[in-house]
Ligand binder design. Structure first.
Ligand SMILES: *Cc1c(COP(=O)(O)O)cnc(C)c1O
Length: 401
């Protein structure tokens, strides 16, 4: 079985077959093969003799060389993720999503360069731009997530990269990605997207003109809140630059974690459908409640980002926000503390529902978040949504002081 080069397979099939190359799952000396690429733990790789060492000494990919360069377990995950992105030349894996974002920015930018960063980016991405990147002489301008083709006016002769994240962290603005990539292509500027919310299942980014797409695999791909990892999947134009930087930075991941990620990946399609459905059930219920100001969910018809979401995405995940009408942070705390079926915790995309308070006004610089109502973020898991809804009703009941 080797359909790994078949770009015409549908995404759900690719999730099942990806990375299961016979050379990684079978040993001809033993007869058959196993379903999953085994966990190959390695630092040292042994060579047959010096000639062998010399011949393989410069291998960079798909050949055992040294543990840091990966083993078949690692390559299988990278290969499966590349197959999910039509137009992808390859995938690099990093110890976390933050590490993937930072490594991508470092690889593609040099002192004197200018970066356009979306104002609704995940906060640690901003920290990297305002910290290390700035120290290395890269200047960052934050832009309105709704800028669309207007991004053209922000491009300077020094602009090398436009970074996107859609829907945005905490506030879920939907960017007009095709409009931005069209301008970027015309002006010779690269684009990088944080695609953690959608994954390539709901938004195949490279097909939409993005050069590098990033995912925190910690979220939906892992799906079980027990492992951390990040990925960059790149088009041919930037692939070797990213790989060289990853090697220089010594970025490598554990084969045990890759096995967990591969296990999650196989069920991503069914989980994502259920996360999406459950999330919509909860979001629609919230939208009709008197305690709720607004629901920030692009798959809801009234959402400001709905038209672009419907045009570009093939579905929804289970992460969204909502405001508590007229509520201050103290009543938000009473609401959250009263919930029994939502864990209070960061990260998201696991099988269990989570809730966190969010305060975007403190983070934004190019735009203003001036909704006075307290904001909440929900990651809807795989529980029965009726139980989640009953729990949220209990939370509302606990809000009055
Ligand atoms: C969580 C997250 C990250 C970072 O991923 P980690 O694996 O936690 O480092 C990056 N981007 C987005 C949008 C995230 O939600």
């Amino acid at each position: 079985m080797n359909d790994s080069d078949d770009d015409n397979l549908r995404p759900a099939t690719k999730l099942v077959q990806g990375g299961r190359r016979p050379e990684w799952t079978g040993d001809p000396r033993l007869g058959g093969g196993v379903v999953n690429p085994p966990v190959w733990r390695a630092s040292t790789i042994l060579y047959d003799n010096i000639a062998d060492l010399k011949a393989r000494g410069h291998a960079t990919h798909d050949k055992l060389y040294y543990g840091r360069r990966g083993t078949p377990t690692v390559w299988a995950l990278a290969d499966a993720l590349t197959q999910m992105e039509p137009g992808g030349e390859g995938t690099l894996l990093y110890p976390s999503g933050v590490a993937a974002n930072s490594a991508g920015l470092l690889a593609l930018l040099a002192p004197g360069d200018h970066l356009l960063m979306v104002d609704s980016a995940y906060e640690p991405t901003r920290s990297f731009c305002n910290g290390l990147l700035k120290r290395y002489g890269v200047t960052t301008t934050y832009y309105d997530p709704l800028v669309g083709a207007g991004i053209a006016e922000l491009i300077t002769p020094e602009t090398r990269l436009i970074f996107l994240e859609s829907p945005g962290s905490l506030t879920f603005e939907v960017q007009d990605i095709p409009a931005i990539t069209a301008v970027a292509r015309e002006r010779g500027v690269l684009t990088m997207l944080d695609n953690t919310w959608a994954t390539p299942l709901l938004f195949p980014a490279l097909k939409q003109g993005i050069d590098v797409t990033m995912m925190s695999l910690t979220k939906y791909v892992g799906g079980h809140s027990d492992a951390m990892m990040g990925s960059l999947t790149a088009s041919k134009a930037v692939w070797s630059k990213l790989r060289s930087a990853a090697y220089q930075l010594g970025q490598s991941v554990s084969p045990d974690d890759c096995a967990l990620m591969l296990r999650g990946l196989r069920t991503l399609d069914v989980r994502m459908q259920r996360h999406g459905e459950n999330g919509l059930a909860v979001a629609n219920w919230l939208a009709a409640r008197p305690e709720v100001g607004r629901v920030l969910h692009p798959a809801l018809v009234g959402d400001p980002g709905h038209a672009i979401w419907a045009r570009d995405f093939t579905g929804t995940s289970g992460l969204f926000g909502f405001t508590l009408k007229g509520a201050d942070t103290a009543s938000r705390t009473r609401f959250i503390d009263a919930l029994a079926h939502f864990g209070i915790g960061f990260s998201w995309g696991g099988y269990e529902s989570l809730v966190v308070p969010s305060d975007p006004a403190e983070i934004r610089t190019a735009t203003r978040w001036d909704d006075p109502d307290a904001l909440v973020r929900l990651s809807i898991g795989l529980e029965d949504p009726a139980d989640l809804i009953a729990d949220l009703a209990r939370g509302f009941a606990a809000m009055p002081a």
